[in-house]
Design a protein around this ligand. Structure first.
Ligand code: COD
Length: 298
């Protein structure tokens, strides 16, 4: 199991992973920083799809060398997304990455019925955090794709993330289903869903993980808090994956960890026919680079 996001890089370099990455709407300095780093490290072959003149101007201003990269000139954002998604759909690229385009525009392309990256499974966002105040990496889902998941969606979201954590070498990740409180309250849907997910896990309807919930954030990540409240749980205080009740809670937690706790993060969309790097404008270059690594590993 990885102790830090640096371990991810070591593994990728060791395995000599090389993937073709299609950057949709490539005229984006922050994305180009991360893509350039991964390109120079030999991890990706970039295909830069967007306004070629703007992309080249950014590359020149930064003094980057993209001499072996491919460029596709398309200044309409929706068309650039379509070209990038189609390339992945047609196996001409292995990873899709969001550049200077709104998240819903990219995701609508990904979900296109004819040329998108659907698999019949639910797509969901998976973020992996390195926080100084926690004893291991901690994953958080879903903070960016599914707006208000119902119970069925939450099962799929857990399965997507658990599958990835299993691949990362955690055979039975500990999943905390978050609520505002650790008791079931019939007026709080998140606590009802959490209790059902826990029971489904006990009955082996959701496999390869240990689920407990509802747990409030403090007892999910702190043994002390859980002990103080008398919670007996195989997950509390040692969580590998936090399942969010909805996108608002998830997104606020994500940004709080990044801005207040100075956490490092890598994130990827899972469940599509190829991994998708969907970082937010507020992510650092390092986070974007880490996300490319996470996608390359997927
Ligand atoms: N996985 C698989 N299929 C999906 C998913 C999913 N997660 N979401 C929708 N679909 C399918 C539906 O089954 C349907 O066939 C089609 O896509 C359209 O469904 P709608 O009408 O519910 O979805 P859209 O197209 O209106 O919106 C889908 C988005 C992913 C764009 C929407 O959910 C969204 O805007 N999510 C939040 C994105 C965002 O703003 N994130 C910002 C955080 S940084």
């Amino acid at each position: 199991m990885f102790k830090s996001l640096n371990d991810l890089q070591k593994l990728i370099l060791q395995k000599k992973v090389k993937k073709k990455l299609a950057l949709a709407v490539s005229q984006d300095g922050h994305s180009l920083d991360a893509v350039h780093n991964a390109y120079q490290a030999g991890i990706i072959e970039p295909i830069l799809i967007g306004s070629q003149s703007e992309t080249e101007a950014i590359i020149a201003a930064k003094g980057y060398d993209f001499s072996q990269a491919s460029f596709i000139d398309e200044s309409d954002n929706e068309k650039a997304v379509e070209i990038a998604v189609r390339m992945v759909h047609d196996s001409q690229a292995d990873i899709l990455m969001k550049g200077k385009v709104a998240t819903p525009t990219l995701l609508k392309g990904v979900l296109n019925k004819e040329w998108g990256l659907r698999t019949g499974r639910l797509l969901s966002h998976f973020a992996l955090f390195e926080v100084d105040t926690y004893h291991k990496l901690i994953a958080v889902t879903d903070v960016a794709m599914n707006i208000a998941p119902n119970l069925k969606d939450k099962i799929d979201i857990v399965n997507n993330s658990v599958g990835y954590l299993n691949k990362m070498g955690i055979p039975k990740p500990k999943v905390a289903v978050l609520g505002a409180i650790e008791m079931v309250n019939e007026s709080m849907q998140a606590t009802l869903d959490a209790a059902l997910l826990s029971k489904m896990n006990q009955r082996d309807q959701i496999k390869n993980c240990i689920i407990d919930g509802p747990l409030a954030f403090d007892n999910a990540v702190s043994f002390e808090s859980a002990k103080h409240k008398g919670i007996k749980s195989g997950v509390a205080g040692d969580t590998d994956l936090l399942l969010m009740p909805d996108i608002e809670v998830g997104n606020v937690l994500y940004k709080t960890l990044v801005f207040f706790a100075k956490a490092k993060v890598a994130s990827v969309i899972l469940g599509a026919s190829a991994p998708i790097v969907l970082t937010s404008r507020s992510d650092s270059e390092e986070s974007k680079y880490n996300s490319i690594l996470l996608a390359a590993m997927a």
